[in-house]
Design a protein around this ligand. Structure first.
Ligand code: AMP
Ligand code: ZN
Ligand code: FE
Ligand code: FE
Length: 280
């Protein structure tokens, strides 16, 4: 059976409610899914209840953006919505988002693009983890840009006029806080690291593995077959579990489906069994 270990809901920057997401997973006959909303566990209880109705195993999780040139995202699996070392830092991360979002709106306003804090909060539907995709969606709705991708490419991506950084944990902090919370840390979509040599990748992986990294997201929806094979081989050589997922965001990432990604994704369920062995 197939699984999907990277999903976003309305608790962060997805357009589908956590409960409905489990319905989509059931329609794809998935055995296990992980809900990995950015910097929040707010969707877990709704997802868990719906997963129970559909006889799906739900792995509670989150996705963190860590301090790294390029971009490093960490999927944190089996992170329970209860007090804990990492859980207690999530509120701080969300507050950093809110302050960063206001700075982005000010930067856009300087360029004549009028988006208000109320509009992005409304776009986020009251979800606690508000981010750039919500700002991008309001820009599309108000016809400043023609797509979310264009909003990033022209304004919001790193290096563009309205890019503003937000507070992040360091890689070692994120990974060790995840471990201290009983969770399993996985390096997400490794291409965003921007690493171009095998030597630099090896040095980084050694560092992250020392901190407690358990897996590498090799079977990513956005990858071609040769990329999935290359990253799976890398994972194997470093003793990491080659995980996978769609990074489904609903309307915020058009064309992507739960479980099957762009139509050619298949993440086998033995990945979950391998990961479970890595829970401390
Ligand atoms: P934030 O966490 O608020 O800074 O927003 C980051 C999120 O925006 C990522 O997790 C992606 O879902 C999305 N994103 C980042 N870069 C792009 C891009 N170039 N085009 C579309 N979406 C993007
Ligand atoms: Zn996202
Ligand atoms: Fe990500
Ligand atoms: Fe993601």
């Amino acid at each position: 059976m197939a699984v999907d270990l990277h999903l976003h809901s309305t608790a962060s920057d997805g357009s589908v409610r956590p409960g409905e997401l489990m319905g989509l997973a059931a329609a794809q006959r998935l055995r296990t899914v992980a809900l990995t909303d950015h910097d929040t566990l707010d969707g877990i209880s709704e997802a868990r209840e719906a997963a129970g109705h559909h006889d799906i195993e739900l792995i509670p999780g989150t996705e963190l953006s860590l301090e790294f040139d390029g971009g490093m995202h960490l999927l944190v699996l089996w992170l329970e919505p209860e007090p804990g070392p990492l859980q207690d830092r999530l509120e701080w991360l969300r507050q950093g988002r809110d302050e960063r979002n206001l700075a982005i709106l000010e930067a856009l306003a300087r360029h004549g693009i009028e988006v208000s804090a109320e509009e992005i909060a409304e776009q986020a539907g009251g979800g606690g983890s508000v981010g750039r995709p919500h700002i991008a969606a309001v820009m599309v709705r108000k016809s400043y840009v023609t797509s979310i991708a264009a909003a990033f490419d022209l304004w919001l991506a790193r290096g563009r006029p309205a890019y503003v950084a937000r507070p992040r944990l360091s890689p070692a902090e994120g990974i060790s806080l995840a471990r201290a919370s009983g969770a399993v840390p996985v390096l997400a979509h490794p291409h965003t690291l921007g690493i171009t040599t095998a030597r630099d990748m090896a040095a980084l992986l050694h560092e992250l593995i020392d901190a407690g990294l358990a897996g590498l997201e090799a079977l990513y929806a956005g990858y071609h077959r040769h990329e999935r094979e290359g990253y799976a081989d890398l994972a194997r050589r470093f003793g990491l579990v080659a995980t996978g997922g769609s990074d489904f965001h609903g309307d915020y990432k058009p064309g992507l489906d739960v479980g099957i990604g762009y139509g050619d994704l298949y993440v086998p369920d033995d990945v979950v069994d391998q990961l479970r062995e890595r829970v401390a």
